[in-house]
Write a protein that binds this ligand. Structure first.
Ligand code: ASP
Length: 596
């Protein structure tokens, strides 16, 4: 350790440049740098240090004959020591040029050096493959120094800036809404915050600023946005976090097309700013019913085909018992034809059958339309007519393996949709360098929940029904389309929104459909219903997931890689230990007793 150095909170000299920003054109300049010691090579006489800061690394060479004291200090420096160096930019000899580094043509011949702060030995190397994630999260400050994390977080900054620039250019106003507020239904549990001054009462952290942004339209702001922190207490799935950021947007009087044009322009601006990529606009638009029918998903991955086929008609009058039974129950038959170039082994097919059965009890049959005769468990049940009809319905050219399943469309299409994605992975069709954006629109307004035995909102209860379907609100509620839309990229939802209900009477009717009687609705959402009653303009909006977008833009698989301080699957911050226990005094102040 540099024990003889006196500690000073101030650096010995100002920095003239960032390490990673020095180029061959700087040759001959005197520079003053600060940075962390990365690789250090002691060649007996000369010592080389890779000095790193946010812009990258530069090689410093310490020559004992030219700068004896600096050389001595370099000898003491270890990994992750923070040091200050002065020196001259010199060109490297041709043999030692490092073409992989932007600074690789030059090095700094040190004249002076100081250790500003030593470092404990880092628990993992900061270069090469990343360490196990729990160690990275525990020592997040070290992990953040890694060039990859530096790049991701900087891209996030640029992406958000791109969004702001676009929205600003369209006259949107950035407005902050409260974090301490009341529950807004977005389908998750709330994080509650006790109110000390109102014992027994709780704020809820917003799952989204949904109602506040609607009220801002009533309040006359016309176009609002916010980079909004949202909180959802869910059992964490792989790529979920208890808190995350949305680019939250609302506007007065939009048609669906206006929102889509604004949204894709904003995404294009984010890509341009963050990674210099120009997206092709407009994105594809697809009705929800078509997405479900062709891809078995409301967020289809459009990078590859393998589309579902509705084979219900083709199997009418079939002699195959299971399929005939399904048809007599009014169910549908869907298939997926895997072209001959993609071969699955018998074992893989069997595993797929088992997987589907375990997933939701659906059966899966398969048949191979091999040129030398059809093969597979059901081949002998398909006579010539059946084969011709199947060939037509599934547009077979020969050699395909056809997977077939029957059931209610709400079950069978998503099941085959999942198989489609598995096949996409299996055959390497989900190329990360390809980007296929689209808008999915006209979602259903309601879904029927078997669990809760009632209608639930597909989006949220404030979404407007399509006026063309209004007359079916009572007679056929699940057939009513919503004025709702999602932006999708490569099978991931990037954002979603809707045109809202701006009439309190219609809002009350929709609440009733959802099993919320009028008095309860008044109780919970009286402020919204009141606001709608004061000349609320028609309005609609959308919210985009910042982490999801930046993750895809950075080509990483985890949203944790684009968040500075993410939590684990168990919602724990490994660095600080949050959530933590609190003292009894604090609990007493809040009138709270912990019972378990
Ligand atoms: N509040 C919605 C959400 O968080 C987005 C919207 O409808 O604008 O998903």
């Amino acid at each position: 350790m540099a024990s003889e150095q006196t500690f000073s909170p101030l650096p010995p000299w100002q920095r003239s440049d960032y390490c990673g920003a020095i180029r061959a054109t700087d040759e001959g300049r005197e520079v003053a740098l600060w940075g962390w010691v990365g690789a250090r090579r002691d060649h007996g006489g000369l010592i080389f240090i890779d000095l790193r800061d946010r812009e990258g690394i530069v090689q410093i060479v310490f020559n004992p004959e030219r700068a004896n004291e600096a050389h001595r200090i370099a000898g003491e420096a270890r990994s992750e020591y923070y040091i200050a160096v002065k020196g001259t930019v010199v060109r490297r000899s041709p043999a030692t040029i490092n073409a992989e580094l932007p600074t690789g043509e030059i090095e700094i011949a040190a004249t002076e050096a100081r250790i500003l702060n030593p470092s404990a030995p880092p628990p993992f190397p900061l270069t090469g493959d990343p360490a196990a994630e729990d160690v990275r999260l525990r020592y997040r400050y070290l992990d953040l120094r890694r060039p990859e994390m530096q790049r991701n977080i900087r891209r996030r900054h640029l992406a958000v800036r791109g969004a702001r620039e676009h929205l600003d250019s369209l006259g949107f106003v950035e407005i902050e809404t409260p974090i301490l507020w009341r529950a807004t239904p977005e389908g998750a549990r709330d994080y509650l915050v006790p109110s000390r001054v109102n014992p027994g009462r709780f704020y809820a952290l917003p799952q989204s600023p949904q109602l506040l942004k609607q009220i801002l339209m009533v309040g006359g702001f016309d176009r609002y946005y916010q980079i909004a922190r949202c909180f959802r207490d869910e059992d964490l799935r792989a790529n979920r976090q208890p808190e995350f950021s949305q680019i939250d947007i609302e506007m007065t009087g939009p048609r669906i097309e206006d929102i889509m044009t604004m949204g894709e322009g904003m995404i294009a601006s984010m890509y341009r700013r963050a990674i210099g990529v120009e997206l092709e606009l407009p994105f594809l638009r697809m009705p929800w019913s078509e997405a479900m029918d062709r891809f078995g998903s409301d967020k289809p991955d459009m990078r590859f085909g393998l589309e579902l086929r509705n084979l219900t008609e083709a199997f009418a009058g079939t002699g195959l018992r299971v399929l005939a039974d399904a048809l007599s129950r009014g169910e549908s038959i869907y298939g997926l034809a895997i072209p001959a170039e993609y071969q699955l082994s018998r074992r893989e097919l069997d595993e797929m059958v088992e997987w589907l059965k375990a997933r939701n009890g659906l059966g899966l049959a398969w048949v191979k339309a091999a040129p030398d005769g059809w093969q597979g468990p059901i081949a002998r049940h398909l006579d010539e007519t059946a084969r011709t009809r199947l060939t037509e319905a599934a547009s077979l050219v020969g050699g395909e393996t056809i997977l077939i399943s029957a059931g209610p469309p709400s079950k069978v299409r998503p099941a085959l949709g999942d198989i489609r994605l598995q096949l996409g992975n299996r055959f390497g069709l989900r190329d990360k360098s390809v980007m296929r954006f689209l808008w999915v629109r006209d979602f259903p307004l309601f879904d029927y929940s078997d669990e809760e035995k009632r209608l639930v909102s597909v989006n949220h209860p404030f979404t407007a029904p399509n006026p063309e379907d209004l007359d079916r609100l009572d007679s056929d509620p699940t057939g009513v389309r919503a004025l709702a839309y999602d932006m999708v990229l490569n099978g991931e939802e990037l954002g979603g929104g809707s045109i809202r209900i701006h009439n309190s009477e219609l809002q009350l009717r929709v609440f009733e459909k959802l099993g919320i009687p009028r008095d309860e609705a008044r109780n919970k959402f009286g402020f919204l219903l009141d606001a709608l009653g004061f000349g609320a303009p028609p309005h609609g909006g959308i919210a985009f997931g910042v982490e999801r977008i930046v993750m895809l833009l950075c080509g990483t698989d985890s949203i944790r890689d684009v968040m500075a301080f993410p939590k684990t699957q168990k919602a724990v911050d490994l660095m600080s230990g949050a959530p933590s226990e609190v003292g009894t005094d604090q609990l007493r102040d809040l009138a709270i007793r912990v019972t378990s």
